[in-house]
Write a protein that binds this ligand. Structure first.
Ligand SMILES: Nc1ncnc2c1ncn2[C@@H]1O[C@H](COP(=O)(O)OP(=O)(O)OP(=O)(O)O)[C@@H](O)[C@H]1O
Ligand SMILES: [Mg+2]
Length: 269
């Protein structure tokens, strides 16, 4: 099982600032995510969720500890190599969509295809790939629109298509439904559930307990530590997650019910 881990965080710590003014935001986070998992990250505001996602996404480096992504230790890579890994292996979906307003929908999705070193994807292939992805999220009829001409839900579906452009090993979504109405949020969730069913690995921060309850695995953060890791509270046995998840969850349930009383982890700091 652990041989097929896509993410391995080992005693990850993150401080902002240095010396007496240093603020410890992640204390000692251990987290293993297998290929094909859909993991929710929950926890109070300020508990370190985004900080951890930034490390997972190679947008930031940990102060301490080791991060192994798809078998490669990325904790100490320099900026260039880190951005290579990021472009190649990670797809991001943000709460605020982060589309480029001057570009059309299709150009937004094509953009990451130009950033993979050594990939040399021709223009016509980039176009074709963007059209295929946008069609798959139900936006094949909006190719030449600009983000401002789309609804929030449509923008987020463009962002999902963009996240998939480079066939990333890992999709990271930080509150992807946070800015959406219920119906559009559900559409985006259905897209993400569909990607998971197709074998994608997804890590998603959510503040929405109803959404968290539908995920196969939820990691709860508190004060920069993992407080709980396992099936969500209040999960329904037959929630709309596929049969695959039950098999996977069953195989791992022992390892995942890691409950740590806060403040008793015994780690320094
Ligand atoms: N660049 C930074 N410099 C200093 N402190 C920071 C920085 N980024 C985050 N922090 C602090 O780290 C803590 C954790 O922030 P983080 O953004 O990870 O929380 P979060 O769990 O994502 O919260 P939210 O649910 O509100 O998004 C907060 O106290 C925040 O103020
Ligand atoms: Mg956050």
């Amino acid at each position: 099982m652990s041989g097929d881990a896509i993410v391995r965080l080992e005693a990850i710590g993150k401080d902002y600032g240095a010396g007496a003014a240093a603020l410890t935001v992640l204390r000692s986070v251990d987290l293993t995510i297998g290929r094909g998992e859909f993991v929710g990250i929950v926890g109070a505001s300020g508990s370190g969720k985004t900080t951890m996602m930034n490390i997972l996404g190679c947008l930031d480096r940990p102060t301490r500890g080791r991060y192994v992504l798809a078998g490669e230790d990325v904790s100490t890579l320099d900026d260039d190599r880190l951005s290579d890994v990021r472009n190649r292996s990670i797809g991001f979906v943000f709460q605020s969509f982060q589309l480029i307003p001057e570009l059309t929908v299709r150009e937004n999705v094509e953009l990451p295809l130009g950033y993979v070193r050594g990939a040399r994807i021709t223009r016509s292939k980039r176009h074709a790939r963007a059209v295929e992805l946008l069609t798959s999220v139900g936006l094949g009829h909006r190719l030449t629109h600009r983000p401002a001409q789309l609804s929030g839900g449509e923008c987020q579906r463009v962002a999902v298509a963009r996240a998939l452009a480079n066939e990333p090993a890992l999709i990271l979504a930080d509150e992807p439904t946070g800015n959406l109405d219920t119906k559009s949020g559900e559409d985006v969730m259905q897209l993400l559930f569909g990607l998971h069913a197709a074998g994608r690995t997804i890590v998603m921060v959510t503040h929405n307990p109803e959404i968290a309850a539908r995920l196969p695995r939820v990691v709860e953060m508190r004060d920069g530590e993992v407080l709980r890791d396992g099936a969500p509270h209040g999960a329904r046995e037959s929630a709309s997650v596929g049969a695959n998840d039950e098999g996977r969850a069953g195989a791992r349930s022992d390892a995942h019910e890691v409950r740590r009383a806060s403040g008793t982890t015994g780690e320094a700091r």
